[in-house]
Design a protein around this ligand. Structure first.
Ligand code: NAP
Ligand code: MG
Length: 403
């Protein structure tokens, strides 16, 4: 076997659940380990290990990313009542992504991975729409309560230096639900900055959209901060680069995005970014054709696939089926992390390997070898979609040949 490419510092490797866990091992074994003498610090965020550690492993893995600067995460189950029964859990821990993002703060950038055989379902799109999703706060750090019956719900702020402000949320006429959420000026500021920097780097105009007509104080603050950061730090550079910053209401942004040509960075609040990135990914071909990277203000980065654990495929895999689950987003999470590690540790060979693996993956698809999600959309259509194992072997063959 030819000598493998060496590494200096580790990547924080965060394993996950279900079908993505199966593919995680496959991609590592067939596409990374034969070529790279891989150094990782491993954290198992599989649901059962999160429960066994009282969810401590989740926060530990996030702190490890801050320590080492580069992490890669597999998709994980966010437990709900159905999962509690399925996995016989004792407790329901919060979303691991929510926990990790709260520790890393920052912005998640999601960009469709284009292949010429698959045209976006929005016929006017000429260039990808990149989503910049704020990764801190809002409903992901919300406090919720079920209200048993009539009564008053209030928001109370108790200042650290004393003083109290309270407002009435609702005079409830009967049982219902209530939710409180927050964000921080510092986090919104770094979100805005990260988006404007990304726009400049990638030569993309930046859109930011919220609902400040309804949420005058909360969404209004986001709008103010974006405008302020743009006016004071970026306007001149944007004008010099021929780029624009554009604010509009979220519903208007949705309408414009599907009528336009694409080719912009769409800065989204946390929940909007969750929803819009799935819309953009699906309209661009498949949830699995999307890169996702969390950039923390500290400079630490976490790469992941934007899709979930592909639960239904997992049940079929458990029945012995070789499913046709698309591993491209997972492969690109690995290449993103390896390339970042290579950049930080000055390892040109590793950087070239990461680029080569991306190229091999795209060449495989362009040559007509692809999983069923893409085969359905490809023009010309291949005779059949490959299963995940066949697809990974086809990519591996190209790396070996080009090697
Ligand atoms: P999902 O896993 O993203 O899958 C939804 C559907 O999208 C699949 O059923 C499949 O459609 C298609 N799909 C997604 N990824 C695909 C791939 N790689 N290849 C081919 N098709 C793909 O979302 P979900 O079913 O709503 O959620 C499952 C679990 O994932 C949940 O427990 C949720 O908590 C978790 N989740 C985790 C993350 C994360 O960790 N980043 C994100 C989202 C959800 P077809 O069935 O039509 O083939
Ligand atoms: Mg989502």
């Amino acid at each position: 076997m030819p000598e493998r490419i060496g590494m200096k510092n580790p990547i924080v490797e965060i394993d996950g659940d279900e079908m993505t866990r199966v593919l995680w091992a496959l991609v590592k074994e067939r596409l990374i380990l034969p070529f790279v003498d891989l150094k990782t610090e491993y954290y198992d965020l599989g649901l059962l290990n999160r429960e066994a550690t009282g969810d401590r492993v989740t926060a530990e893995s996030a702190r490890a990313i801050l320590r080492w600067g580069v992490g890669i995460k597999c998709a994980t189950i966010t437990a709900n009542a159905a999962r509690k029964a399925e996995y016989k859990l004792k407790a329901l821990y919060p979303s691991p992504n929510g926990t990790i993002r709260a520790i890393l703060d920052g912005t998640v950038f999601r960009k469709p991975i284009g292949v010429s055989l698959v045209k976006p379902s929005v016929s006017t799109w000429k260039a990808p729409i990149v989503i910049g999703r704020h990764a801190y706060g809002d409903v992901y750090k919300g406090a919720e309560m079920a209200i048993p019956g009539p009564g008053r719900v209030e928001l109370v702020y108790t200042g650290a230096e004393g003083g109290e402000t309270r407002i009435t949320v609702a005079n409830m006429s009967g049982p219902g639900v209530v939710q409180g959420m927050h964000n921080l000026d510092a986090s919104i500021t770094s979100f805005a900055r990260a988006c404007f920097l990304y726009g400049l780097d990638e030569k993309l105009p930046v859109w930011f959209a919220a609902k400040d007509t309804i949420s005058k104080t909360y969404d209004g603050r986001f709008k103010e901060i974006f405008n302020h950061i743009y006016e004071t730090e970026f306007k001149e550079q944007y004008q010099a680069a021929g780029l624009k910053f554009f604010y509009t209401l979220i519903d208007d942004a949705v309408a414009r995005s599907v009528k336009g040509e694409g080719g912009f960075l769409w800065a989204c609040k946390n929940y909007d970014g969750d929803v819009m990135s799935d819309m953009i990914a699906s309209a661009s071909g498949s949830l699995a054709m999307m890169t996702s990277v969390l950039v923390s203000p500290s400079g630490a980065v976490e790469f992941e696939a934007a899709h979930g654990t592909v639960q239904q495929h997992y049940y079929r895999w458990q029945q012995g089926e070789k499913t046709s689950t698309n591993p491209v987003a997972l492969i690109f999470a690995w290449t993103g992390a390896l390339a970042k590690r290579a950049e930080l540790d000055k390892l040109p060979e590793l950087a070239a390997f990461a680029k080569g693996l991306e190229k091999a993956t795209l060449c495989t698809i362009e040559a007509g070898d692809m999983t069923a999600d893409l085969a359905r959309l490809a023009d010309p259509a291949p005779a059949r979609g490959l299963d995940s194992w066949e697809f990974v072997e086809a990519v591996g063959k190209i790396i070996k040949r080009e090697g």
